[in-house]
Design a protein around this ligand. Sequence first.
Ligand code: FES
Length: 141
Amino acid sequence: MLYTEKLMEHFTNPKNVGVIENPDGFGEVGNAKCGDIMQMYISVNDKEEITDIKFKTFGCGAAIATSSVATTMVKGKTIREALKITNKEVIEALEEIPAVKVHCSVLAEQALKSAVSDYYTKRGIDPTPIVGIIDESAAHH
Ligand code: FES
């Protein structure tokens, strides 16, 4: 089977799709491999917990499913905990995804990093030591 049941479930009924008005952080990245775009919005409270997260993508079904599951894993966590979630863990939560689709799953990770960078930059904090370098080839401006 090419797509697991879990993946199909998140594709058919994705969680956290949409937009947050006046987000604390906003990120947008493009996928270097396919050119698809991902936008991510986060709300953050004063304990640096991600209280809400929404995404919008022009990516494929695998991008939608991985972003859906990634956002459910991130929601309620602190920014630092959220940044520790690896792409591998996201894929494991979906059991597996086809190898040719792994590049799609990176979109959510990069978009979250981009949104967190925006959050810190708005507060006058240099995000690089916290977030690391966002893959420039994936960054879309
Ligand atoms: Fe572009 Fe999957 S083919 S995100």
